[in-house]
Design a protein around this ligand. Structure first.
Ligand code: SAM
Length: 292
């Protein structure tokens, strides 16, 4: 009987048996700590009532623990060398499907419809490749896909930005984007020493639970998102100066901006980092009313 994949000895044995090297370019830092792996499964609140999508299974350390807890697991791995390895390391589990692909090019709704029965909440769980953490989170949040939560490991600095509160230095357009559709928090932090190879930075698990679909309903979602990005364009400038840079500086626009800010009850002189998601939605709607 083999020890679990997430143990240091088994990971080394698998890497050796298949002659595998870690691909730095794919963010391959594998977890070799069963305690942390199980803490991730617990933080994700995965039970046999849930289906799970795992991004980047590597050699299957987290996949194995997820399979023990979940109804069905679909694991999507970009590195084709690992596909046959996963076929063998996870052979004992009959509730795992391994797919070869790039998460950024994957239509999650289609994946969910194809592989799950629609009777179980879908939870996304991963030890993310750090070089594309932000694009992956944005891709997941952008999707209309019907999933319940995202619980993922990332670099601690990025975790702090995703979960920041208004008025702090870490608060930015990424934070507002996350808070628009989820309630997020750092579940726990993780030292570099539990990975092989050890990354340069400490890590944290962020849990993001989908808000109800009608939590925020801006009149125009595309313009709302543009407003958020535009407001944080130059973080040290005032909201007013960012808005002028974004919408234009002529008198007609200035007066529309003034009216919109007044209607939304927002001080033009403040910085965007002071605004909550609700403030941005209100301002976006008032700008819409002014035809901006
Ligand atoms: N889950 C394993 C663990 O915890 O030990 C491996 C985690 S490792 C940090 C990230 C994994 O994501 C690697 O296996 C890597 O090959 C894979 N990966 C990198 N880019 C990817 C992408 N665009 N789509 C899917 N998987 C990707």
């Amino acid at each position: 009987h083999n020890p679990e994949i997430g143990s240091g000895t088994r990971t080394r044995a698998i890497m050796e048996a298949y002659g595998l090297t870690f691909k730095k370019s794919l963010g391959q830092n594998f977890l070799t700590d069963l305690n942390i792996l199980n803490k991730i499964v617990t933080a994700a609140e995965v039970s046999d009532a849930d289906d799970v999508i795992e991004i980047g299974p590597g050699i299957g350390a987290l996949t194995e623990q997820l399979a023990k807890a979940a109804h069905q697991v679909v694991a999507l791995e970009i590195d084709e060398r690992l596909i046959p390895v996963l076929g063998e390391t996870l052979a004992d589990y009959h509730n795992i499907t391994v797919l070869h692909g790039d998460i950024l090019a994957t239509d999650l709704s289609a994946l969910i419809a194809e592989h799950f029965d629609g009777q179980h909440p879908v939870k996304i769980v991963a030890n993310l490749p750090y070089y594309i953490t932000t694009p992956i989170v944005l891709h997941l949040l952008d999707e209309e896909a019907d999933f319940a939560s995202i619980t993922v490991m990332m670099q601690k600095e990025v975790a702090e930005r995703l979960t920041a509160h208004p008025g702090t230095k870490d608060y930015g357009s990424l934070t507002v984007g996350v808070a628009y559709s989820t309630d997020s928090e750092i579940a726990f932090t993780v030292p570099k020493t539990v990975f092989v190879p050890s990354p340069k930075v400490d890590s944290a698990i962020v849990s993001m639970k989908k808000k109800a679909a009608n939590a925020y309903q801006p009149k125009n979602e595309v313009n709302f998102k543009r407003l958020v990005r535009g407001s944080f364009m130059h973080k040290r400038k005032s909201l007013w100066n960012n808005l002028l840079g974004f919408y234009g500086k002529d008198e007609n626009i200035k007066s529309k901006l003034t009216l919109a800010l007044k209607a939304a009850e927002i001080e033009p002189g403040i910085r965007a980092e002071r605004l909550t998601v609700g403030d941005f939605v209100r301002l976006s709607d008032c700008l819409e009313d002014q035809g901006l």
